[in-house]
Design a protein around this ligand. Structure first.
Ligand code: C2E
Ligand code: CA
Ligand code: CA
Length: 399
């Protein structure tokens, strides 16, 4: 949050036909919570004018009972404008009416945060403002970044690549890493890919991220290689990147310039690639595979992959999604699901990777069930390239 302890980020709109209430609420907000950006409106019409002009209102205190248009009509207009800020209702009408209005606000998809019952007291504000703060920080931790933030990161190359170790379950030896990207955000610090990959995939921005991540990963691989570590590198590929006609050639260029053997590289694709009938994707994957690059099907088990579709792709690895192993993996249902997935992999001659090996129990379970390889927090968390060698030393000492 930009201003963790304060509410300076709030732009408030107060809507009430009583001048006295407008003044009272704005004084409380300013004196108790240092909220200074407050606009007042005495009618719905005025409120909508302010709303459109300011374009940054994110908290609205709204009186239900007003002459001419009432608060309910304002809620409807906010819905039509897809207002995503918070709504607080102020009212003296009966609690039954209030509760049906609250339901209406929620149905409209508005962020209804609470009600101030008239006559309003200073103390009533505390829980409302606290809830706004809590909801805001929760949203900030999970909400997708805005396009301009992604563009800025691409321009400044604000990406960092972390590596998560993968081990062979038969020998317990370290054989490879998966590259996972992070964004260094000027305000939020290190941001998880879940908050920008999906958004970047909506446009072609993902292509720039792929470029940055791949280039960095090859540089890091070459450094390890110089230090005597000859491991496999797994890279995630979005469908949009795979649809670029030059994708395979781009990779061949990287392999050549870093003197990496094709068999050291694995490209992870998701199940959505199976569903699409894009000839470009198939062409890229076939060219990569012909050169000896491995192709892994990532997050297997999240969507419905059919065997027929899987046979179409030049796959070599199958990554069992972490949802297989997290929460209650030893339930009978889950076990039979894992078993049938493993026999499918066996039939298709695919090497299996268990993801999400978070603890010793899951590690022994996936070993017992016959998975070939594994990765997860219990083995190693995603880490900076410079940490991989010391992680390997510790791992070898442990096993
Ligand atoms: P993924 O490819 O399925 O990557 C595995 C995710 O599981 C990673 O999350 C990893 O940190 C997390 N993980 C690893 N071990 C464990 C464990 O034991 N327990 C649990 N609960 N989680 C574990 P991360 O790094 O947040 O990445 C999330 C997703 O973002 C990735 O999922 C991948 O789909 C995407 N992603 C990351 N980097 C890139 C990239 O460079 N390009 C593209 N296209 N997507 C990327
Ligand atoms: Ca992956
Ligand atoms: Ca995965």
């Amino acid at each position: 949050m930009s201003d963790k302890n304060g509410f300076g980020w709030l732009n408030v709109l107060l809507v009430d036909d009583s001048q006295a209430i407008l003044e009272y609420v704005s004084t409380v907000l300013s004196e108790l919570y240092k909220i200074e950006n407050t606009y007042s409106a005495a009618s719905v019409k005025e409120a909508m004018q302010v709303f459109r002009q300011s374009n940054s209102i994110n908290l609205i205190f709204l009186d239900l009972n007003m002459p001419n248009e009432d608060g309910i009509q304002l809620l409807e207009q906010l819905k039509n404008h897809q207002y995503s800020g918070y709504v607080v209702i102020m009212s003296g009408v009966s609690t039954r009416i209030i509760s049906s209005v609250e339901q209406l606000a929620q149905k409209y998809g508005l962020n209804y945060i609470g009600t101030l019952l008239k006559p309003i007291h200073e103390t009533d504000f505390a829980s409302i403002i606290e809830r706004v703060g809590q909801s805001y920080s929760k949203r900030e931790c999970t909400e997708s970044l805005k396009t301009y933030e992604i563009v800025r990161a691409i321009k400044n190359n604000d990406f960092e690549v972390l590596y998560q170790p993968q081990i062979d379950l038969n020998t317990r030896s370290f054989f490879g890493v998966e590259a996972l990207c992070r964004m260094k955000h000027p305000r939020l610090g290190i941001v998880s890919p879940d908050r920008f990959i999906g958004k970047a995939e909506e446009s072609e921005l993902i292509i720039h991220i792929t470029l940055a991540v791949y280039k960095q990963a090859f540089v890091d691989w070459k450094k390890w290689r110089r230090l005597g570590l000859d491991i496999k590198l797994s890279l995630n590929a979005s469908p949009i990147s795979l649809q670029q006609p030059e994708f395979a050639d781009f990779i061949f260029g990287l392999l050549d310039s870093h003197q990496m053997q094709a068999s050291r590289l694995c490209i992870e694709v998701t199940e959505s690639v199976l569903a699409s009938d894009q000839p470009q994707e198939l062409m890229n994957l076939s060219r990569l595979s012909m050169r000896g690059v491995d192709i892994a099907l990532d997050d297997f088990g999240q969507e419905n992959s059919t065997i027929e579709r899987m046979q179409k792709l030049p796959l070599t690895y199958l990554k069992l999604d972490k949802s297989y192993f997290l929460d209650n993996p030893e339930s009978l249902n889950r076990m039979s699901l894992i078993n049938s997935t493993l026999s499918l992999a066996n039939e298709l001659k695919l090497t299996t990777i268990a993801e999400g090996v978070e603890n010793a129990e899951i590690l022994s379970l996936v070993t017992k069930l016959g998975c070939d390889t594994a990765q997860g927090y219990h083995i190693g968390r995603p880490m900076a390239a410079s940490k991989i060698l010391s992680w390997e030393r510790d791992w070898n000492n442990l096993t």
